[in-house]
Design a protein around this ligand. Structure first.
Ligand SMILES: [Zn+2]
Length: 493
């Protein structure tokens, strides 16, 4: 058995109006290639960058929400490397003096206990452009195709967009913990309004680093060989690639071989990692302080002003659900994993008006099962919060029993119809009619004299069997309280 040691780097696009160091619009998605560019982000000679104040504020907000120290003095640095999508030949980033450092975020650990994931640093940098590799689409006789077939085109609309890079300590030990970290981080960033969370649009991109070590190595504070995993296009890909890498490296070590220091890429189709490149030595980016930008100096007073204006964050919201709405800590945690879910819950609880705990039970039980998880996209359901509240009121009023309510909810989710209409159309209202139910029960007891005699001789546990028969006869629609009372009344006669 080995212990996995996992850290993560995440790049999140900030939701600013303009790019990091120029006035180009940051709303570049689906814009024609190279339409959101200017001399600064095209890296023309002689231009000067200007710091986007909103990006700095969003980074500080994120840093505070992640319990980081905010550096009163930080600066930008040049990270030098050559790539076609980086026209300057360097990326403006932060290096030895990041804006935010030494924070933490709380997740549920694999042991079910709260676990702190350390945030080593959170800093600002600029995004690169995009390379588009053209694959042959039409006949080569077509002039336009001849010009671009097999070529790589560059779109610089994304170049210079503000990116928040968040680097964790190597505090995670499984794909599940990494997954929960990402979900929590995305909820925090969305709650702050600093990132859209759209992984498919590249608004969040992450890389994993992972190593395995033995118990002896762990005791001695030593680490195994670190492997990087890239090409992770979803949180699921992060979770699955980590599980795969743990298996792969375990097999390598068990076979008496050494893990190579490489960069792996996740192959979504084959569901495995493949070597992208070997990493014999670490790259030298020749970082040096950016001479064209002044250092960032933030006053304590301003940072405190930003802190005071932070919205309610997921942990605080969960605590409020426990304190004010009397939810269990478990339900409160589940309902605050996603902001959209928490909003939906609060709306349903308000519409219901009764004990919010009842709404929480329906959501964490039935609704999450229908969504397949608490991270399912609740906003995409045709179900409105007020409709769930109405369903619970039908159960409270005794018109349908709880089990029928579960079936009705399934149909509400599938069709978007209101609960009362479903109950009416399918005749699901429970049998609360005493004389009708009494007839069913009388017939049942008459047909089973042996069981009745056993009950009367002291085998009272048979009550459950009788109730089961009543439910069977009435296709589950008997009002259980009334049915139990009628059965008992007859048996104890
Ligand atoms: Zn520009």
């Amino acid at each position: 058995m080995y212990q996995a040691v996992i850290g993560m780097e995440l790049h999140a696009q900030l939701l600013t109006q303009s790019k990091m160091f120029c006035g180009c619009s940051a709303d570049y998605w689906e814009a024609p290639p190279n339409s959101h560019v200017c001399p600064v982000c095209l890296a023309m000679p002689g231009v000067l960058p200007v710091i986007n104040a909103s990006a700095v504020e969003q980074t500080v907000r994120a840093g505070l929400a992640l319990n980081c120290q905010i550096a009163p003095f930080s600066r930008f640095a040049r990270k030098n490397y050559h790539y076609p999508d980086l026209p300057k030949g360097y990326q403006i980033s932060q290096y030895e003096l990041p804006l935010c450092h030494d924070g933490w975020l709380l997740i549920e650990g694999d042991d079910g206990q709260p676990k702190r994931i350390g945030i080593r640093r959170a800093h600002l940098e600029e995004d690169t452009g995009k390379s588009i590799h053209v694959v042959p689409l039409g006949p080569v006789s077509d002039r336009a195709n001849r010009r671009t077939d097999g070529a790589t085109l560059i779109d610089l609309n994304r170049a210079g967009l503000p990116l928040l890079e968040i680097v964790t300590e190597a505090d995670m030990q499984s794909g599940e913990e990494a997954y929960r970290y990402l979900v929590k981080l995305r909820t925090i960033l969305r709650t702050l309004g600093v990132n859209s969370g759209d992984m498919e649009k590249g608004a969040m991109r992450c890389e994993v680093n992972l190593s395995l070590r033995t118990a002896q190595q762990a005791a001695a504070g030593q680490y195994g060989v670190k492997v990087e995993v890239k090409n992770l296009n979803s949180f699921k890909a992060v979770r699955d690639s980590i599980a795969f890498e743990i298996q792969r490296q375990t097999a390598v070590l068990d076979g008496g071989r050494a893990v190579r220091q490489v960069t792996m890429g996740w192959d979504e189709n084959r569901r495995c990692t493949v070597v992208q490149r070997s990493k014999e030595s670490s790259e030298d980016y020749r970082y040096f302080p950016e001479p064209d930008l002044p250092p960032l100096e933030l006053s304590r007073a301003w940072v405190e002003q930003v802190r005071a204006a932070l919205p309610e964050l997921p942990d605080a919201r969960a605590a409020r659900f426990v304190r004010d709405l009397e939810l269990t800590p478990r339900d409160a945690a589940l309902l605050t994993v996603e902001r959209a879910v928490a909003d939906w819950f609060e709306e349903a609880a308000a519409a219901y008006g009764g004990a919010a705990k009842e709404v929480a039970n329906w959501m964490t039980g039935q609704l999450f099962a229908l969504l397949k998880s608490e991270e399912g996209n609740i906003a995409s359901l045709p179900l409105q919060p007020a409709a769930l509240a109405e369903l619970i009121r039908l159960v409270d009023a005794g018109l349908i029993n709880r089990n029928t309510g579960k079936k009705v909810l399934e149909q509400m989710v599938a069709t978007g119809q209101p609960p009362a209409a479903i109950v009416e159309a399918q005749g699901l209202a429970q049998l609360s009619d005493e004389s009708g139910l009494a007839q069913v029960i009388d017939a049942l007891l008459a047909a089973n004299p042996g069981e009745v005699a056993k009950y009367r001789a002291g085998k009272t546990s048979l009550l459950g069997w009788f109730m089961g028969q009543v439910m069977k006869e009435t296709r589950g629609q008997a009002n259980p309280d009334l049915a139990r009372a009628l059965v008992l009344e007859r048996l104890e006669r």
